[in-house]
Design a protein around this ligand. Sequence first.
Ligand SMILES: NC(=O)c1ccc[n+]([C@@H]2O[C@H](COP(=O)([O-])OP(=O)(O)OC[C@H]3O[C@@H](n4cnc5c(N)ncnc54)[C@H](O)[C@@H]3O)[C@@H](O)[C@H]2O)c1
Length: 241
Amino acid sequence: MAQLDGKIVLITGAAGAIGSAITAAVTEAGGTAIATDVKFGPGVHHALDVTSEADWKRVMADVEKQNQRLDGLVNAAGIVKVGTIERIEFEDWRRVISINLDGTFLGCKYAFPLLRKKGGSIVNLSSVLALIGGYNLVAYSASKGGVSLLSKSVALAGARYKPSVRCNAICPAFIEGAMVDDIANSTKRPELVHQKLTNDIPLGRIGQPAEVASLCTYLLSDESAFVTGADFPIDGGLTAR
Ligand SMILES: NC(=O)c1ccc[n+]([C@@H]2O[C@H](COP(=O)([O-])OP(=O)(O)OC[C@H]3O[C@@H](n4cnc5c(N)ncnc54)[C@H](O)[C@@H]3O)[C@@H](O)[C@H]2O)c1
């Protein structure tokens, strides 16, 4: 596994399936993980609502006071809302865009000055739904399309600094955890949805949070020093079709 010795990495959505796996992987790789989520809970160091500019300012001021710098940021907080263009309320659209896209924007914006000090790496959790459409995930797809292009813009801005700030997006397909369970449970036959999601993936299974964490660790590490502005599908071959 790539090494993160001495690196300080802030993770949002750290109580979730993927965020908690990334938090564990950062620590295992020798880094210091600053775990944040919307509420305090086991393993969460800071309550940080990613949609709140005031929260970002408060937490970043604290990180600066404690560590004087930041080496990595992982924007993993996110929600999903099932709905076609005809069957989603504007309020739900706004909530998804607010957490997934505004939250990632605010993270990049407020972490950037600390990342710039010694150079750093941002990893944004996008989705395969930034690369292909989903007929009944209209808000989610739009939010993740935004996250992927936001990541490219941040990467180009970060490349203008020496040392540079890199920024990449990870685009997972279905990963085991609450998010996939929520999608399945919003239908009448959850077990059929699980089966369909699995059947859609050429490798014949859904992914594990630890597999996403492993890719994330690489992107945070110096081994990926020449990698920026890219989307990384981790999807069992879903988007290869
Ligand atoms: N699970 C998947 O299949 C999958 C696939 C592709 C992309 N992703 C993306 O990966 C990321 C992590 O997904 P996951 O599977 O761990 O989901 P999860 O539901 O297990 O975790 C999401 C976390 O985000 C937190 N969160 C929600 N609103 C927040 C807010 N306003 N401020 C701060 N934190 C907030 C939740 O408390 C939760 O801990 C998300 O961005 C998701 O869109 C997940």
